[in-house]
Write a protein of this length. Structure first.
Length: 508
């Protein structure tokens, strides 16, 4: 299909549903490109090194079972996203779909949840990239002191801003540049993760593993997990380790076959990620065991970054590749994560929910120009402020991220149920994909939202910081959502046409 034909088809389809195109470059991303960007946004190498240790400390050898438990609500929600995209391929995703289903107020808050979550993650990804950048330099030059440069606050902030600026520049240049960069970075991190897994299994086979542990069927049995709290931990973990697949939907106006490709890419992305996670988790457990000493995966000293500890013993002189993989993983995710907030801000500007300048498109690159730069500036400002005030504030905000993700995923999943309510019982396929799957996924995530909010009120939650007896994580999480409500009320005064339902109308 030619680009012109793809553009015309996308425009006709969108306008037929009362929505409108925004000038993005149609037909620039295919199924493989969308899946690569989806995998990149999830950042498997970075996510695994941070998540494996703490999860093993909770559930031991049942780590694969927990990964499967956490996978289920993400897949259910992905089905709902796919159905909404099939009916309304629009770059605004959660914002647009919730507005069409529930009206402008809940739609605006759904969009805010996505924007706030991704802005916070952008700053965190940049910080992680900087940490591993200096670690890589230390390994490359054999000088451990170079790794400590990341603790120099002015240098850390300056380097982080450079990383954010570079990622913004690549994203500004449009999906074709983004896609090219991602092919290289994602391929490299997956190659290294595969190398790590094969090397770990080889050590087990050769009798040179640290604590060789035979894989057992019981590891995959969710009902063998000892407590309900571990199940809750699995769902909570899924929020972080699987989050990011929805970036494939925000590219829907730029993909070939916009009605089908983004939804398929979302489903494939989640499936690819669970396979990667299971393989690396099994390799880690088989090689290191779950002991709390030495290289054991249950050792508290290894939980900050388990690959930093295991890469040397498993990969030998090639351990530096793992540092490069985690660096490329966080850098790739930093760049691909720009896609979601930029396109949500673009849509909110386009549909008059924000000032119209957010709806500007770069004439040269057909990308969201103002929105991309605004997302970068917001991420940079957020990092500088929180990092300068307190490192606890920065990391507690990341912990509070789960509330925002559950909030906007839950709203979007239930928007699918409500939008398709008239046809939910028209057949078995409609019942499962348009009603049951998104209903279960949405309810699970909204329950997790309430549970996380309640748990985070405890001052011991997160870093242990508190204000007035309330945990800092709770204050930050709810505070960000309330900030969105305040901004929404301001926009309702400045942009009344959207909030009166005159721009995006409710419908089925």
């Amino acid at each position: 299909m030619s680009t012109e034909h793809a553009t015309a088809k996308a425009a006709a389809h969108i306008q037929g549903h009362g929505l409108s195109e925004k000038g993005l470059k149609a037909g620039s991303v295919g199924l493989i490109g969308a899946v690569v960007i989806g995998v990149s946004c999830i950042a498997p190498a970075y996510t695994l090194t941070a998540a494996l240790g703490p999860t093993v400390s909770e559930v031991g050898v049942h780590l694969p079972a927990i990964f499967l438990v956490g996978f289920i609500p993400m897949l259910l929600v992905a089905f709902g996203y796919r159905e909404l995209n099939n009916a309304m391929p629009d770059a605004g995703t959660s914002f647009t779909w919730a507005s069409r289903a529930f009206g402008p107020w809940l739609g605006w808050m759904g969009g805010w949840g996505l924007i706030a979550a991704t802005i916070i993650v952008l700053s965190n990804l940049a910080a992680v990239a900087v940490d591993f950048f200096y670690l890589m330099l230390a390994q490359l030059f054999g000088n451990p002191e170079l790794a400590d440069l990341t603790t120099n606050l002015p240098l850390n902030i300056a380097t982080t801003l450079v990383f954010i600026a570079l990622a913004c520049w690549v994203s500004y240049r449009g999906m074709e540049t983004t896609k090219t960069v991602q092919y290289v970075l994602v391929a490299f991190q997956l190659l290294v993760l595969g190398w790590f897994a094969v090397a770990a299994f080889s050590h087990v086979a050769n009798g040179t593993a640290f604590d060789a542990t035979a894989i057992a069927p019981d590891w995959f049995n969710p009902f063998a997990v000892e407590s309900f709290s571990a199940f809750a931990a699995g769902v909570s973990l899924s929020i972080f380790i699987y989050w990011g697949w929805d970036v494939t939907l925000t590219m829907n106006e730029e993909t070939r076959n916009p009605e089908k490709t983004p939804g398929r890419a979302a489903t494939v992305t989640v499936l690819v990620i669970v396979i990667i996670y299971m393989t690396v988790a099994l390799a880690t457990l088989a090689f290191a065991g779950i002991g709390t000493e030495g290289l054991g995966a249950g050792n508290p000293e290894n939980q900050g970054s388990i690959f930093a500890v295991l890469a040397g013993p498993v990969m030998g002189p090639f351990a530096i590749l793992m540092s490069l993989a985690i660096l490329s993983s966080s850098a790739a995710s930093l760049q691909s994560t720009f896609v979601s907030p930029a396109r949500t801000l673009l849509s909110m500007g386009h549909y008059k929910a924000l000032p119209e300048k957010f709806g500007r498109i770069s004439p040269s690159y057909k990308s969201p120009s103002y929105a991309t730069i605004a997302a970068a500036v917001a991420a940079a400002a957020f990092y500088v402020i929180t990092r300068t005030l307190s490192e606890n504030a920065l990391w507690d905000t990341i912990t509070a991220l789960g509330m925002m993700i559950c909030f906007y995923y839950g709203i979007t999943a239930l928007a699918c149920v409500w939008f398709f309510r008239a046809e939910a019982f028209s057949g078995a396929r409609a019942f499962f994909f348009k009603f049951l799957a998104p209903l279960l996924g949405g309810v699970i995530l909204l329950v997790m939202f309430v549970k996380t909010a309640y748990d985070s009120m405890d001052p011991e939650y997160g870093s242990g910081s508190s204000v007035g007896g309330l945990g800092l994580v709770f204050i930050l999480g709810i505070g960000v959502i309330l900030l969105g409500a305040v901004l929404m009320l301001i926009m309702a005064k400045l942009r009344p046409e959207f909030f009166k339902g005159q721009v995006l109308t409710r419908g089925q």
